[in-house]
Design a protein around this ligand. Structure first.
Ligand SMILES: Cc1cc2nc3c(=O)[nH]c(=O)nc-3n(C[C@H](O)[C@H](O)[C@H](O)COP(=O)(O)O)c2cc1C
Length: 244
């Protein structure tokens, strides 16, 4: 069974779609191919990948309550491509949005459903994820936690106190458990959809979000965007962007 995972975020680095794509891949077996869809230059290569695929998994952001325009353009081409060749692959979708409610992805899912009907493809279902930006930050925090643990181990070893500084390991365990908790809904529904993809079964549309109360989310989101605006639009991505 060949599954093509398509990262449809127009961002080159640190996109939430890539994070969810990586998680979804973990729960799918067989031959797995990862592709990106950012510009029309990707269309021909992608369509060739889909020619002998059994399943396509679109991982994409929600833009203005709908599908990003560059993805719509690709779907138009894919519709003609699939109809001409009578392809019947299964289509699944992992959509994420910035606001907290994953259910905001419902119109996007409906577009995919209608696309499948028109293109003669099989709609497998999707997972809509709210708080995508914040969930994407949790993976960066996870790497920071590992870095801090390694630093503490190195310092402890340098002082001759061994490789297992108890406090550091406990603090690492607590923080990682918290980060995992925020991701619980996503992990559950992606694991569930992964099972359906493996069996070639319909998974339906499921919506989840970061496991955080809305009032806490709004507070952190406000602080996050104030800081980001001070850095002129990008913290992590801004630091690494090429300066002209
Ligand atoms: C042009 C644009 C429109 C967006 N529209 C919405 C929206 O309608 N609702 C929402 O919750 N988030 C919206 N967002 C936020 C994105 O869905 C969110 O940042 C997402 O995590 C980006 O995913 P990516 O990193 O994979 O590109 C929008 C972002 C952009 C740039």
């Amino acid at each position: 069974m060949k599954t093509v995972f398509i990262n449809c975020s127009p961002k080159k680095r640190f996109c939430a779609s890539a994070y969810f794509l990586t998680l979804q891949r973990l729960f799918v077996g067989g031959e797995k191919v990862t592709e990106t869809l950012r510009t029309p230059a990707d269309h021909t290569r992608l369509l060739e990948r889909l020619r002998d695929a059994d399943t396509a998994v679109f991982c994409l952001p929600l833009y203005v309550d709908g599908i990003p325009s560059h993805v719509l353009r690709f779907l138009e081409e894919m519709e003609a491509f699939c109809r001409e060749r009578s392809l019947s692959l299964r289509v699944y979708c992992v959509a994420n949005n910035g606001f907290i409610e994953g259910r905001q992805n419902e119109p996007l899912m409906q577009v995919f459903e209608h696309f499948c009907v028109r293109a003669g493809l099989v709609w497998g279902g999707g997972v809509g994820i709210g708080g995508g930006v914040m969930l994407n930050v949790t993976r960066i925090l996870f790497v920071v936690q590992i870095g801090l643990l390694l630093l503490n181990i190195a310092l402890s070893a340098a002082h001759g106190s061994g490789l297992f500084p108890r406090e550091s390991w406990i603090s690492f365990g607590e923080n990682v458990a918290l980060l995992l908790f925020f991701n619980l809904g996503v992990l559950f529904y992606l694991a569930r959809m992964g099972g359906c993809i493996r069996k070639g079964a319909p998974s339906g549309k499921k919506y989840t979000r970061i496991m955080l109360p809305s009032f806490v989310f709004i507070l952190f989101a406000d602080i996050f965007f104030v800081i980001i605006s001070l850095f002129e639009g990008g913290l992590f991505r801004g630091w690494l962007a090429r300066k002209s």
